[in-house]
Design a protein around this ligand. Structure first.
Ligand code: HCS
Length: 601
């Protein structure tokens, strides 16, 4: 059986032990410039597999001897991007291959059918963070990881370990590089994603543990977890939360406590092992090991402490959720989730002018104002026919992603615009929208983007025959879209958000007479027939063309009825949302008559 498969089997049956630190173990060797191969390579740990392979082999040996099931390669900084600091970028693929071969040989020497040992290809976060420092593009980072992965695969690793991940956009770029490397070599191995939560409670990129998990869930990692930054105590809450949420394995390999001012770690093997074993006893772990400051003694103690503790079992699947820097879950008691609609060049003249003037900072304030007024998601539409939508998206998004913590909804019918946006968003965004108007190709293209970058997808009930007005047609189009998306394109049902469409009720257009009732009943029907898929509605469309004075009341009454029918998301102007409870009775009656009288008569 090949390594990746054996590893999957092993992690299902017991808590696997990963090795401990590599970097701090190397530090303790007090190597000289000459050991690194000369002053120009001084400090390049990854070059040691070339200049001092025995030293690296001894570290691997010591961890295997201590009882590690998995050892990780000496390739933490092995992307060409990082190796370029030493002028070694052209040797990146070879160095990764050498490191993997070395670990492979050591592991295979002690591996038995009863106790197989595995090799993880270590992949650090690089020296750039797409969301924080900049300095590289998504595509450059993906390409750099691709080279590293090719070397690791050629060297025979069983699993890739994306570790110390501080920015989930970097992880998305890495996963793109991994995807390409798998294609290059026509083989694949599982991936473990290990993030780093700083003592202040978020990743460097600003995400909390839930948002971080939701950002990478689509990659279906073998395990997801935390390493580095802190000792076990600080990880406790995060690991508990992750354990209750993750539909993959959960891993944890902390530092040996927080370092002192000299960078030394003091948590003893016994104390470290007891704390990590407490997590395991609580049923939170599938994989454990150590990070900076841990030694073979820590791993030996950990192996002993974990003996006989059962691995974590999977929690029930979570409901529909998306994320920005924080998560948004859609549950029956928090509906409708409000989507702020003012960062839209078609709907807001003020916003359009700001974008046209390239005043992105002030334009991003529009999003902030929506969030202050209660928007839980921000819709961004830059489809100005007089402007370049891709360029506007690329210029505006970096400003707004720093200003609000909520998830983004990318509102465009142009796949290039959507892809540009998804390469700039750490979280799990929503794509708004696709449909079957031109048949399957557009649906397929958008489904591909949703899967690749990890996004939910709004699907309008429109097909080749046009927009669905009646409840029956809405359901028919939704069922067909569902079937294609789930069964042909592999989209998770809970990542599909149906937009049953709403039409202006006051324009006198006879096509839309009774359409408000059809929309409400369409929502009800969709909830009954496709309960895993949320619904969404651009609520204010219903009052389009009516005098401004009455629009808010009408929108609010309509929203109230849609919510009762099961609406998941409501796209609204959060600053102008009239509270239903505060609308006088007679005004409600009037609005209800205008909305529903024709079809109810
Ligand atoms: N496994 C890596 C992580 C560093 S944060 C190491 O060097 O120990």
């Amino acid at each position: 059986m090949e390594g990746g498969l054996r590893l999957k089997e092993a992690i299902a049956s017991r808590i696997l032990i990963l090795d401990g630190a590599m970097g701090t173990m190397i530090q303790q060797l007090d190597l000289t410039e000459a050991d690194f191969g000369g002053p120009q390579y001084d400090g390049c740990n990854e070059y040691l597999v070339h200049t001092k392979p025995k030293a690296i082999r001894a570290i691997h040996d010591a961890y295997l001897d201590a009882g590690a099931d998995i050892i990780s390669t000496d390739t933490f900084g092995g992307t060409p991007l990082v190796l370029a600091e030493y002028g070694l970028e052209d040797q990146a693929e070879q160095l990764n291959q050498t490191a993997a071969e070395l670990a492979r040989k050591v592991a295979d020497a002690v591996s038995t059918p009863e106790w197989p040992r595995f090799v993880a290809g270590s992949m650090g976060p690089t020296t750039k963070s797409l969301s924080v420092t900049g300095g590289a593009t998504f595509d450059e980072l993906a390409e750099s990881y691709r080279v590293q992965v090719r070397g690791l695969l050629r060297g025979g690793v069983d699993v890739l370990l994306l570790e110390t991940s501080q920015d989930m956009l970097n992880v998305k770029a890495a996963s793109e590089g991994i995807r390409q490397a798998f294609a290059d070599l026509a083989l694949s191995v599982p991936v473990i994603i290990s993030g780093t939560i700083e003592p202040m409670g978020t990743t460097l990129g600003g995400q909390n543990i839930e948002a971080f998990y939701l950002s990478v869930e689509h990659l279906h990692p073998l395990a997801v977890g935390l390493n580095c930054a802190t000792g076990p105590e600080f990880m406790r809450d995060h690991i508990r939360t992750l354990s209750g949420l993750a539909e993959s394995g959960v891993s944890c390999y902390p530092n040996a406590g927080l370092p002192d001012e000299n960078g030394h770690y003091h948590e003893t093997p016994a104390a470290f092992a007891t704390k990590v074993a407490d997590f395991a006893k609580a049923g939170w772990l599938n994989l454990a090991g150590g990070c900076c400051g841990t030694t073979p003694d820590h791993i030996r103690a950990l192996r002993q402490a974990l003996g006989g503790i059962a691995p974590r079992t999977l929690p029930p699947a979570h409901t529909h959720a998306v994320s920005g820097l924080e998560p948004v879950y859609l549950e029956d008691d928090n509906r409708p989730v409000l989507v702020g609609e003012r960062t839209n060049v078609i709907g807001s003249r003020k916003f359009r002018k700001l974008i046209a003037a390239k005043d992105y900072e002030t334009a991003a304030e529009v999003a902030r104002a929506q969030v202050r007024s209660g928007a839980q998601v921000v819709d961004v539409c830059l489809a100005d026919p007089d402007s370049d939508e891709v360029a506007d998206m690329a210029a505006f998004l970096p400003h707004v992603v720093r200003k609000v913590k909520v998830p983004f909804m990318i509102d465009s019918t142009d796949a290039n615009v959507v892809e540009t946006a998804l390469k700039m968003i750490q979280g799990k965004a929503i794509i708004n929208s696709t449909n079957l108007e031109d048949g399957e190709p557009r649906l397929a293209r958008f489904a591909g983007l949703a899967k690749q970058y990890g996004a939910a997808l709004v699907v309008g009930t429109i097909d080749e025959k046009g927009m669905a007005v009646t409840r029956k047609r809405k359901l028919e189009v939704a069922l067909r879209s569902y079937d294609l998306l789930v069964h042909k394109y592999g989209i998770a049902p809970s990542d599909i958000i149906f937009d049953p469409l709403t039409f202006p009720c006051g324009t006198g257009d006879e096509n839309y007479i009774g359409s408000a009732r059809e929309t409400v009943e369409g929502i009800r029907l969709l909830r009954d027939r496709l309960p895993e898929c949320p619904t969404i509605l651009g609520v204010s469309n219903v009052s389009f063309g009516l005098p401004p004075a009455g629009r808010e009341v009408l929108n609010s009454v309509f929203l109230y009825e849609c919510t009762k029918a099961g609406l998941g998301y409501a796209i609204v102007n959060a600053e102008k949302l009239e509270r239903y409870a505060s609308i006088p009775e007679h005004e409600k009656k009037l609005a209800e008559r205008l909305l529903f009288e024709t079809s109810d008569a």
